[in-house]
Design a protein around this ligand. Structure first.
Ligand SMILES: Nc1ncnc2c1ncn2[C@@H]1O[C@H](COP(=O)(O)OP(=O)(O)OP(=O)(O)O)[C@@H](O)[C@H]1O
Ligand SMILES: [Mg+2]
Length: 333
């Protein structure tokens, strides 16, 4: 199984973007369990990077390390151009973090939560009020602003969480499972918020269990498994590394189907559906050669569909069966 895919720049352009997050060989163990075992990352500024992995893979641990909440055991790490080991203070000034579990204080109002963050960022009072009002408006929380946050729905709390993260105007934000527990509408709202941030040039590092989310948002995706990056690439690159892609030819006339099947000896037959499958990675080059080959054999199908594996296929191929046991924190040692 290929372990990595060569990087490509989705945004075109010949000059590479500056690096927002860089990690070389970083490791973290708890007891004798190597949670992260030599991770390399390079995330260009202004891009979205998604870290995928099964429960317990080490996603939150990676976020905590990169956001200075805990320290790595080894490795060279820099965020926003600042070395994590020697200058964590500058890293903290450049980033915002929305943890997997809400940082919202339910006993005070949404507005008070925001003002508290403004104080923590040492914003002057008037500036704190201005930023708070602007973000409450942007995150559609104006009506709820004066109510205790404990009365907010999950989606509202998550929006408040992210609004609080943005108070200090971070250029790099870490979002640990930003949409877990949200309904489809709230999830789409959150995706819109993330896209807006990226359009403003913010770099987003997110972790997610939703493969569709990584597919929608991320320029690059890394799959974390057993402490290592099992594969990294764009969604399309990752989909091409798992087998299962094929071109399906459908026929309505059984005679045409049989003669096509006899000349396309390599194709997998489905006699009931009158369909033939030809393995393909779905790339333009391969499709062209399949079409040329069909022309050469004078095969004319009534329908032709290209099936490329989705991220679910990739995820299960790389991380093993869905029911792989997770290890509780207390047993991790
Ligand atoms: N403070 C700790 N002490 C001991 N083990 C820990 C600690 N924190 C995390 N672990 C272990 O490290 C591993 C990775 O945990 P982590 O929370 O990073 O996973 P995750 O990928 O974020 O999982 P999830 O998808 O469930 O959020 C797990 O086996 C966990 O039990
Ligand atoms: Mg986690």
């Amino acid at each position: 199984m290929p372990s990595s895919v060569m990087p490509t720049s989705r945004k075109g352009g010949s000059r590479p973007s500056p690096t927002a997050v860089s990690a070389v060989g970083f490791c973290k163990s708890y007891g004798d369990k190597a949670v992260l075992d030599g991770i390399d990352l390079r995330i260009p500024a202004g891009s979205v990077f998604a870290l995928l992995g099964p429960n317990g893979a080490g996603k939150t641990t990676a976020v905590k390390i990169l956001s200075t909440l805990i320290t790595a055991d080894s490795g060279e790490l820099s965020v926003g151009g600042h070395d994590l080991a020697t200058d964590p203070q500058s890293v903290r000034a450049a980033i915002g973090v929305t943890g997997q579990f809400s940082a919202v204080d339910g006993l005070i109002t949404g507005e008070e939560n925001m003002l508290l963050m403004a104080d923590l960022h040492h914003l002057p009072k008037a500036e704190g009020r201005r930023v708070t009002a602007e973000l409450l408006e942007r995150f559609d929380l104006v009506d709820a602003a004066k109510k205790p946050a404990s009365t907010y729905s999950g989606g509202m709390k998550r929006r408040l969480d992210i609004a609080m993260t943005l108070v200090g105007g971070p250029r790099i934000i870490f979002l640990d499972e930003p949409t877990t527990g949200l309904d489809p509408r709230s999830r789409h709202t959150m995706w819109g918020i993330i896209r807006e941030l990226v359009a403003e040039g913010v770099t987003v590092f997110l972790t997610t269990q939703h493969l569709e989310e990584a597919d929608e948002l991320a320029d690059r995706i890394a799959v974390l498994n057993n402490g290592k990056i099992a594969a990294e690439g764009s969604a399309d690159e990752l989909k091409r590394i798992v087998p299962g892609g094929h071109v399906k030819l459908r026929f309505t006339d059984p005679g045409a189907y049989r003669s096509a099947a006899s000349v396309l000896g390599e194709a997998v037959r489905d006699d009931d559906a009158l369909a033939l499958q030809i393995p393909s990675d779905g790339s333009q080059r391969e499709l062209r050669s399949i079409l040329d080959w069909l022309d050469a054999k004078s095969v004319e199908a009534d329908g032709l569909t290209v099936h490329t594996p989705d991220l679910d296929d990739v995820f299960f191929a790389l991380t093993g069966p869905a029911d792989a046991p997770d290890q509780p924190k207390e047993n991790a040692r």
